[in-house]
Structures are given as C-alpha cells and as structure tokens.
Design a protein around this ligand. Sequence first.
Ligand code: DAH
Length: 315
Amino acid sequence: MQEQIKNINSLEDLQSLYTATFGKNGTMTAKLKNMKNLDNDARMALNRENTELRELFRVRQSELENAALMAGLEKQRLDVSLNPMPENRGTLHPLTHALANVSAILESFGYEMWTGPEIEDDWHNFTALNTPEYHPARDMQDTFFLENGNVMRTQTSAIQIRSMEKIGAPIKMFGIGATYRKEMDATHSPMFHQIEGLYIDKNITMSDLIADVREFLKRFFEMDDVQLRIRPSYFPFTEPSIEIDMMWQGNKWLEIMGAGMVHPNVLHNCNINPDEYQGFAFGFGWDRLAMLKYGLNDIRKFYDGDVRWLQKTGF
Ligand code: DAH
C-alpha cells in the first residue's frame, strides 16, 4: 500500500485510492471499525498504520499538486527573447506645439495670455467691437447663431473686450481659442483657432505694432529677417486697419494677419478713455500659422483625430 501511494501519478488516482482506503466502505475504515476486537498490540499497530497512510496520502497529494502547478507554469513561460510590441507613444498635437511657441514668444514681449467663452454674447463678439446690429461688417463672417441670440464666437477679438472690461488700461494681452464660422474647405474649417494681441497704453503707435509683429514672426518661423508688406484694410474695431503680408520662401506674399489701431469706440465701450489711451490689436489664424511652419496643407486634418497623421507631423 505504501509503495502504491508513492507510485501514483495523478491526483484522480490518488483520490480513488484514498476513497477505497478511508471512504465509507474503505479497507482502513473497515479495519478501524473492527478495532474493538483487537488486542492492544494490534490496536497500536493499526493506529500507526492509519496515521502513516494518511500522512503518505497527504504528502503525495501535495507533490502531485505541486507538479501540476509547475507543469502549468512551464507551459506559460514567457519567452523573453521575443521582440516587444512596438511602443505607441503619444505626440503633442501640432496646434499645441505651435501655441507653446507663440505663447513663449508673446509672453517674452510682456503679453499676458487670456481665454474666453466659445459661446459669446452679441456684445462681446460684435457690438462692443464697434459692429452694432445692422452694421454691414457683420456679414464679413458667416456666423453660427444660437436660438437665445448668442453666437459661436467668430473671432478671438471678443477676448480683448473681456480683458479690457476687466483690467482697463494699460493692458498688454493675447487671447487664444477656438472660433467658429460656416465655412469648410482645405483651408477653412467650421471650427478653427485664432490668436489675438492687444496692447493699450499712453503712447502706442503703429510702429510699435509693426515692430512686435516683425519680431514675433522672425522668432516663430526661426528666420533671420522677415520681409513684410503692409496693406490698408478694413475692420470695424480698428482705425486705421491694415493687413500684414509676409514674403514666403523668397517667392510669394502670404496674408498673415489683420491688425490696426484700436478704434476709439471700442475703447469707449470698455470704459477706457480714448483721449488718454490708445493702442493696437492684431489677429491671426493659429491653425494657419502652424500649417505654414510645419508644411501642412489641409486644416481639416487637425481635427480628424487620425493618429497616423498626427504622428507623421512628428512631435
Ligand atoms: N478679428 C479679425 C478676423 O477674424 C482679425 C483681426 C483683425 C483681429 C484686426 C484684430 C485686428 O485684433 O486688429 O478676421
């Protein structure tokens, strides 16, 4: 019996033998039932045998369980020589990257970053910007109107109003954020982004504007010098208004931003005295600048969420 237990190789067989020995009709059970008929020595011998057999079963059971565990582990063993799965690293979105650049430059010039709500009221998006109701310039932008009379912000110019209302003058800020217009093609997306600069103080002139813009563009595009072309333009919130073009790769003029001296009505609307303070504002497409810098040609790709495209842009 002892040998038999030691030689059993499966837990099922061990269990059967155990039942056959210690179960209700087991051989050992029968012997134990008969114990009262035995003499002292025989009883002690039977007791020893009982204890010994139980111990042998216990030991064999744990050996077999252990072996089964090891066999299982053996099968699942990791092959550490296998090449790991390629790591999928996240990248910064090109717009995030461009903003980090823009804000570092403007902040070094002393401009402070502001944001504002994307759902704007009529006052901040239009009226305070010298574009009252029925002003023809409202048609310059294809606005998404909400039922309650609010609009999806069409321009970050709304943020300059909020900042002037809050801080007054002097102020030197830039506003960033998403803007919305009903248009869509390779260079227009219904949701896009703008960045807007504003500098109001006592003796600010158009030359200060052009100097800041020039230095900004030089640093953003990492160029030794930039060639600018200033064209007269029209925006209701600036007077005079200009459009700034930049010579691109030595062969073409690109329209880069709108700008101008803040209209006295706008200052007045923000409780700033236009006889005491004046200043400039400029606004440009954040997406467009990023596209130029990184050589991208379809604005819609920024918002497709296509990880392969984002990775190709390589940040
Ligand atoms: N808000 C204008 C637009 O969306 C851009 C702009 C032009 C902003 C001139 C300005 C500015 O601050 O002075 O087309």
